[in-house]
Design a protein around this ligand. Structure first.
Ligand SMILES: [Zn+2]
Length: 66
């Protein structure tokens, strides 16, 4: 996707996930210490969904102003 934000792997691992409050690098399955892309994707989906909602609100406000 051309609009996706590019992170370095190190930056990404140390970024706090706003969905669950853990670092992205600490996303693991229950009872496992292995990084889980699936757990991360769940959070990414939640973050993206709230981001999309915010964008929708912004564009609605812009329409109301004009
Ligand atoms: Zn998370």
């Amino acid at each position: 996707m051309e609009n996706s934000i590019l992170f370095t792997r190190k930056n990404l691992e140390n970024t706090i996930c706003v969905a669950c409050g853990k670092r992205f690098g600490s996303h693991t399955r229950e009872r496992s210490t292995k990084f889980s892309g699936k757990e991360l994707m769940k959070c990414m989906f939640r973050i993206q969904a709230s981001y999309m909602l915010d964008m929708k609100k912004v564009s609605e406000n812009e329409k109301a102003d004009s």
